[in-house]
Write a protein that binds this ligand. Sequence first.
Ligand code: LMR
Length: 396
Amino acid sequence: LFGAIEMAPRDPILGITEAYNADKNPNKTNLGVGVYYDDNGKVPLLECVKKAEAQLMEKLAPRTYLPIEGLAAYDKAVQELVFGADSAVIAEKRAVTAQAIGGTGALKLGADFLKRFSPNSEVWISDPSWENHRALFESAGFKVNNYPYYDAATRGVNFAGMLEALKTMAAGSIVLLHACCHNPTGADLTEDQWTQVIEVITQRGLVPFLDMAYQGFGDGIDADGKVVRRFADAGGPLFVSNSFSKSFSLYGERVGALSIVAASGEEAARVLSQLKRVVRTNYSNPPTHGGQVVATVLATPELRKLWEEELAAMRVRIKEMRKELVEKLKAKAPGQNFDFVIQQRGMFSYSGLTKEQVHRLRDEFSIYAVDTGRICVAALNSRNIDAVVDAIAKVL
Ligand code: LMR
């Protein structure tokens, strides 16, 4: 059975963490994976999470199975966060939500669901997109295509190309969009561009699948979630995967959700019944702890306020690191213009570094980045930024 099995390549993102972990250099830096580190280079345990966990510890409860679709309080909190508490799709019971194993698990639930009910559709992802999007939808059995997105010349979005591609897609095509903080480029659409995208998607009967892994890292929780609300207002069908890995710094708890918007409450009930079958045949039902923590924070006004403050502090620190990176690069690599880094949003900078330059950073300086040149600005801090800038200046 195993004799003919070939060695699989390392994962393009998590494989970098594996290589980083194996590196013996004490001054190594991991700018690969999308993880927020504080200025001491540590993954924070948020105060709001600590407090919620203390509350949960006080009334230690037995761990029975959760419902297939997850904790009711969690699913409700997710809907209010994603669609807005006053959303019509919630009031009309047109949105259904299943707690998922992180944002990746949510995408996989959506992909499996779609494969069951729209088996001949093709999936379209941005060029480029998060490395795992293609692999994930292909492993669910879909043909995955790219629509134009990033324009290396302007460091922005090739919006004309994107819109043109949307206009040629067959009805029923599944269009994966990044709701905010595009991964890997950090280049987002403007409000006006979203208006046009929503119009074309609705007119052509395409199926939007919004991936929102970085809510709160762009402009704020509500501002970043706005596009989801606009799509929901357009009527659906709509798929939304969201994650609390980054916004709650709960990476290892795998807390995410898939929400689907249907045309009526009755339709939504049928959708949920089938979504539960997808969950049941994958992992039966989700784990308890992370969902309870998030639900507790979101439902407790003082903890929610604390979370918003802590998330804002993460967002602000990343923006400061962007500015510092640009200023320091200006001094060390005067021929180059990195001003675009300040415009990029979320955790990443699509730095423009080539694969060769990325490999030199790794081999000569133990600085790890994704081969595409994506660096995680959220991993920069006052201690490592000078070494990173020096190394980048040397490989340029
Ligand atoms: C990333 O893009 O680095 C993160 O979303 C982590 C992951 O799972 O790839």
